[in-house]
Design a protein around this ligand. Structure first.
Ligand code: ZN
Ligand code: ZN
Length: 304
């Protein structure tokens, strides 16, 4: 939270600076104003098998990607960002698993927030596809105001009609792709166009196979429709990251079969030479530090 407060203070000081500049130097104030409005923030409210939700915020929209916490828990986490659920323009659900959908229906009922998902996910959630759920199709872009669009892309997880999301804002893209199971060239191509990547790095292979899970569950997790191991995530990122990649967040780490330092070191081993950005781990309890498309707030200050 300290870091989040820090960002707010920084924004406030920029706004004050804009006011000062606008009285003396018109062209510079316009530059500052452009920087201020061209921002998409990506904030993980929590990640893992106990619940997933990611908040995307622009000047015109507030969108939740997945709603895997109870209604009360989601309200609590949003309140830490001084946001009410009634401010959300939509909840987009990647797939029906409870850790991605737990609170969607209750938030919709309590606050009238529209829920959007593809037909199969909507049906599996037991929601009416006409009255309770707005249906999207893979590769059909969803627009939110004039400054945010989100592209659902098909992924293999659990062999159902699951999706990941590519957000576009001010000519830049961010991937929010958890629960993948396996990856292909098309997924790598989508991710390679992104400056920010939030991606699952679910398990360490040794920990999984030597751990206490039943054999069938181990096979499901490691299968094509399960989750990505640290090694698979590292391989995918080694083909999809470059000098343009500014930030990577490793998400959905298994508490039983992984550890943050193992995931981070395995991924960094593959991509350290390829990109100069930041890498971090999304934890179970958020909200966490925000990542930005457009200009990162501290960078704005440095460049003006
Ligand atoms: Zn899942
Ligand atoms: Zn999940």
């Amino acid at each position: 939270m300290k870091k989040l407060q820090g960002v707010r203070l920084c924004r406030k000081s920029l706004e004050m600076w804009l006011f000062t500049l606008s009285r003396g130097c018109h062209s510079k104030s316009v530059r500052v104003a452009e920087y201020l409005v061209m921002t998409l923030s990506i904030t993980h409210l929590g990640s893992g098998s106990s619940g997933n939700a990611t908040l995307l915020t622009t000047d015109e929209a507030k969108i939740l990607i997945d709603c895997g916490f109870s209604g009360r828990q989601l309200e609590k986490r949003l309140a830490m960002l001084e946001i009410s659920p009634k401010e959300l323009d939509a909840i987009l659900i990647s797939h029906h698993h409870i850790d991605h959908s737990r609170g969607a229906a209750i938030i919709q009922k309590r606050w009238g927030t529209p829920v959007q998902a593809n037909f199969e996910t909507c049906a599996k959630l037991g929601m009416d596809p006409v009255n309770e759920c707005k249906i999207f199709e893979p590769l059909n872009r969803i627009e939110f105001g004039s400054d945010l669009s989100i592209l659902p892309i098909s992924v293999n997880h659990d062999g159902a009609d699951n999706v990941g999301f590519i957000a576009s804002h001010a000519g830049e893209r961010a991937a929010i792709v958890t629960d993948l199971g396996s990856w292909n060239d098309e997924l790598a191509r989508h991710i390679s166009e992104c400056v920010h990547i939030s991606i699952e790095s679910n398990y360490d292979t040794k920990k999984l196979w030597n751990g206490p899970y039943p054999e069938r569950l181990k096979q499901r997790i490691a299968g094509r429709g399960g989750h990505l191991s640290n090694r698979q995530t590292a391989e995918l990122l080694s083909t999809a990251t470059g000098k343009h990649t500014r930030s990577i967040v490793l998400c959905h780490l298994s508490e039983q079969n992984n550890a943050p330092h193992i995931a981070e070191s395995e991924v960094l081993l593959e991509i350290d030479e390829l990109f100069d950005g930041d890498i971090s781990i999304s934890k179970r309890d958020g909200p966490e530090f925000s990542h930005y498309l457009g200009q990162a707030e501290p960078e704005k200050l440095a460049r003006i």
